[in-house]
Design a protein around this ligand. Structure first.
Ligand code: HEM
Length: 532
């Protein structure tokens, strides 16, 4: 053409201008008006004042002004991909139906589409992906029974066991409200006054706190859920994703070297792997326990600061997941994706894990605020099956959730006028019996130190060295009261653990000529532990 634009097919100039041709590339406004000039606003003369009726310009600029939605209050920085989950039809050697009637697990080779979002936790949407932080691992399964979200992390445990502490914990870990600077003192202040954090602190301050990328890390549901079978019988279950790519973590130095050059290395790694056809894959394992208190264990199975020891409670494979498609648009899919722990399908249930109960309110609440009341109508969040509700209206209503043949006048239930009806029950309801005093109390078996010590001892020498060095560097800038509390706790986890951190701090102080622990030599708590 005269403008050097090649137009294929038969579309004539009018077709193109009117936006009717199939391969039409004409720029339009959101009202469908063709845009003939996208370079200049409308002015009186070519250097004169602008006019206010310039709809095209105003639509463009005011839309731009609204491009960002509030970022996630946690897990703001993330990357996502599409793929599928394939069920083995079995749990270990047994038919999976013995434990759960959830349809996505039934039948060998059964595939369910998934969308996964990986993330870091504390910093904002464009923060470096090399920071020491847990990593989010959230999976949305678009099952035939509607969506199931498994909102997990890479690490298998968490800092706290009661949801009421979450906002305090996040405030302490996020930047200072005055300086807007993240501060180790705030982190260790909170942790030293919440000993249940020690096990997670041990992981996060070790190389496990900086996964090399999103493909070479594990995933875990962290909280305890339930599986329910056809008879309405339940078991406790924990989920684990194991990467076929292997696991790789970074030392602090390695992370700093990457960070000096690249803020996006994990997003880039995931995107490029999928583009070149090197599809990352994880195997899904479950651990199953009978649904009771398990007094024989020295921890409570509903306590998410504890690992369920593999030797005692085996990992049973149930399926695998492959990520084979990148998002077409980051914002539409990854940013607007909304995962929540309340999103379960028939055959899956909640446990009384107090974190899980608290989380389940929080996710959909924040998403109604962050994305909007109709966030479930967006393609990334909508189930890939028919949705028929009597929920109507609200900001950004995109369509009405009508069933085919439903009387559109009837937006209520019950009705005799061809409205929606309740589904028929196909399996026995799960009806646990609950009885007890209503209290605000911690669980009995807190046992905050034992598993943290076991994890410390299970680390290789290099992991221990890194852990100690990270703790010493982090604690060095803290007030002695916080250092001393931390050393006391770490010593209770393992005397060697506490001693090494105390000695490291002493040396660190000496090298700076102002011993943070004073000149007292080995810390009192360590001496005490060594006497025992
Ligand atoms: C994201 C709350 C504990 C994993 C979020 C969001 C909130 C939240 C409000 C933002 C969601 C959004 O804007 O879409 C809480 C509360 C917790 C808690 C109140 C404790 C009571 C946990 C735990 C895990 C976890 C224990 C690990 C299993 C995640 C992940 C995301 C997330 C992976 C990001 C999901 C995504 O990619 O969109 N959480 N959380 N959270 N949380 Fe939690």
């Amino acid at each position: 053409s005269e403008h050097g634009i090649s137009v294929t097919g038969s579309g004539d100039a009018l077709d193109r201008r009117m936006g009717t041709g199939e391969d039409d590339m004409t720029l339009t406004t959101r009202q469908g008006h063709p845009v003939t000039n996208n370079q200049s606003i409308r002015t009186v003369g070519n250097r004169g004042p602008a006019t206010l009726e310039n709809y095209q310009f105003i639509e463009k600029i005011t839309h731009f002004d609204r491009e960002r939605v509030p970022e996630r209050v946690v897990h703001a920085r993330g990357a996502g991909a599409h793929g599928y989950f394939e069920s083995y039809g079995k749990v270990g050697d047994e038919p999976v139906s013995k434990y759960t009637r959830a349809k996505l697990f039934q039948g060998e080779g059964k595939r369910t589409p998934v969308f996964v979002r990986f993330s870091s936790v504390i910093h904002g949407g464009h923060s470096p992906e090399t920071l020491r932080d847990p990593r989010g691992f959230a999976v949305k399964f678009y099952t035939e029974d509607g969506n199931w979200d498994l909102v997990g992390n890479n690490l298998k445990i968490f800092f706290i066991r009661d949801a009421i502490k979450f906002p305090d914990m996040i405030h302490a870990f996020k930047p200072d409200p005055v300086t807007n600077i993240q501060d180790n003192e705030r982190f260790f202040d909170f942790c030293s006054n919440s000993p249940e954090t020690l096990h997670m602190v041990t992981f996060v301050q070790s190389p496990w706190g900086i996964p090399a990328n999103y493909r070479q890390m594990q995933g875990s549901g962290v909280n305890t859920y339930k599986w329910v079978n056809d008879k309405g019988e339940a078991v406790l279950v924990k989920y684990h994703w194991e990467p076929k790519q292997g696991i790789k973590n970074l030392t602090q130095k390695e992370a700093e070297a990457i960070q000096a050059k690249n803020f996006n290395h994990a997003t880039q790694d995931l995107y490029e792997a999928i583009e070149r056809g090197d599809y990352p894959e994880w195997e899904l394992f479950v651990q199953i326990l009978s649904d009771d208190e398990h007094p024989e264990l020295d921890f409570d199975p509903l306590d998410d600061t504890k690992l369920w020891p593999k030797e005692q409670i085996p990992w049973l494979p149930v399926g695998r997941m492959v990520l084979n498609k990148n998002p077409e648009n980051y914002f539409a899919e990854v940013e607007q994706a909304a995962f929540g722990t309340g999103v379960l399908v028939d055959g899956l249930d909640f446990s009384d894990d107090k974190m899980l109960q608290g989380r389940t309110l929080s996710y959909s609440d924040t998403q109604r605020y962050r994305v909007g009341a109709n966030y479930l109508q967006l393609p990334i969040n909508a189930p890939k099956k028919r949705v028929a509700t009597n929920q109507r209206d609200g900001q950004m209503t995109y369509h009405v959730d009508l069933a085919p043949g439903q009387n559109p006048h009837v937006n209520y239930e019950p009705s005799s006028l061809n409205g929606l009806q309740e589904a028929s029950r196909t399996s026995a309801d799960y009806t646990p019996h609950v009885e007890g005093k209503l209290v605000r109390e911690s669980i009995d078996r807190t046992n905050d130190y034992k598993q943290a010590g076991e994890t410390y001892r299970a680390f290789s020498d290099f992991e221990k060295d890194e852990l100690i060095s990270n703790l010493v560097n982090g604690l060095a800038s803290c007030k002695p009261v916080i250092q001393n509390k931390m050393i006391e706790h770490l010593t209770k986890c393992d005397p060697d653990y506490g001693r090494r951190v105390a000695e490291g701090l002493k040396q660190h102080g000496a090298s700076k000529d102002h011993g943070p622990l004073g000149a007292t030599g080995t810390h009192e708590a360590v001496k005490e532990a060594e006497r025992k």
